[in-house]
Design a protein around this ligand. Sequence first.
Ligand SMILES: Cc1cc2nc3c(=O)[nH]c(=O)nc-3n(C[C@H](O)[C@H](O)[C@H](O)COP(=O)(O)OP(=O)(O)OC[C@H]3O[C@@H](n4cnc5c(N)ncnc54)[C@H](O)[C@@H]3O)c2cc1C
Length: 480
Amino acid sequence: MKEMYCDAAVVACGAGGLAACAQASELGLKVIGIEKGKKTGGAANAGMGLLGLDTDVQKRDLNSVTLEHAFRMFMDYTHWRVDANLVRNYFGKSADTIRWLEEMGVEFYKAARYFPGSEATWHIVMPENRKPGPGCAGTMMKILTEHARDLGTEFLMETSAQHLLMEDGRVCGVRCLDKDGEEIVIHAGAVIIATGGFGGNKEEVLKRTGFTYDKDFFGFCLPNMQGDGIRMAREAGAAKTEESMELAVSTAGGLKESIRTAFHQPNLLVNYQGDRFFNEEFFENSTFAANACNLQQGRCGIMVIDDRIRDLYENHGVDVSSYVLNRMSAEGFSEDFEKALQKNPYIAKADTLEELAEKMGIDKENFLRTVETYNHYCDTHDEQFGKRQDYLRPIRTAPFYACKFFPGAYGTLGGIKINHRTEVLTEDYRVIPGLYAAGTDTCTIYGDSYMFKLPGNSMGYSVNTGRMAAEGAAEYIRTI
Ligand SMILES: Cc1cc2nc3c(=O)[nH]c(=O)nc-3n(C[C@H](O)[C@H](O)[C@H](O)COP(=O)(O)OP(=O)(O)OC[C@H]3O[C@@H](n4cnc5c(N)ncnc54)[C@H](O)[C@@H]3O)c2cc1C
């Protein structure tokens, strides 16, 4: 057994944990960062950027989103079912955090929208290869790690935090295991937890949220996220919160970008009964689309396009493009789709609508009626959901193509109850002295659905609460 001593022990070094390490080190604390993986950064290594409000980047891009506007919008969206002071503290800190990151060397490509109708709050990180795209936030994680290390943070890699140490009702350290199974006992003035939720634990996801991976749910499953921090905090007396998935609509079975681009578009979406159930104009709000699919039989929505739409997207350009599927056309679709048909049971191609319905398991008679009605709407007006006219493309020209969509998720949300200062609370709202938590382990601020209209919210919440936890811990340590 090895013993170590520090002011702040930070359990996990993803978005929230790294921000906590860097901030605590800046405040002069001796910090130990404990990370289960071989690399710091967690899920944020796969992401693109974080929310900022009233930032210099937004002003530069003539795209300002004020704190007041965002706060009102957010509280309206969540019906005030969330901790308003926590939201306010996070939002209020976000501009300073963007500046803080820039001073550390992080460059932001721009403040972007995720889809038409969202706000330009998503501060996309300029990566080392200068090609912003999925994973570019990894550069920010690297800079945060180097900054924290330069200021004295000691990182224990491939080391898993197991249990908190308690003395006289306060948290005073953490017990860990390194990759060789050696026990490390870290004595600390305060502990900050940010282990990124339980999305990598398929059994717990099913038990706690009802989704079955690879059956009716196709989300990211990052193996290190086992809910360790939530369990540890609860062992120390932390109250439970609601737990949910950060839903985003997903295709299944690993499809190429050309195919995903062609189907992540505002075209006819039906369920197994052959009914339309969504205004497809909002399909790019991945959370809305996932919520709507989630209500259908098998949690499944099926998007249908015809050969004219295929030709338009493949050879001329798509209706909607995004930073994630950063393509202006579905070039290569025909070849990629033919290959995918051999192994992916979630897509189909057919010469008739009847055959397509059969292949996809859709009620044939009703589907034919729906297509007829939908085509009529394309010629007139969408009487069912009022979809924008320019997104109404009829389904008339064979061959026809279909793709199934299901709920997916970026990870889980919630688990540990905190207050607006990121102090961990018991069931009776008492603060557990010495224990702070940040990031998705604590994130219940969206209410029932992830808030995609202010994109970058998830990483933004994690980085900002990580900083807040470090500041709180520094203040607390001065009092003990
Ligand atoms: C593909 C993808 C793209 C995304 N893109 C964006 C985006 O562009 N913008 C956005 O706002 N959000 C995005 N997100 C979500 C965002 O990345 C996460 O919400 C954010 O990283 C959560 O931060 P966190 O600190 O809570 O956890 P994470 O960043 O996931 O870090 C958790 C860390 O905990 C470690 N860990 C777990 N258990 C232990 C233990 N017992 N001991 C030690 N270490 C442990 C893990 O190894 C991991 O490093 C994306 C997510 C995914 C999957």
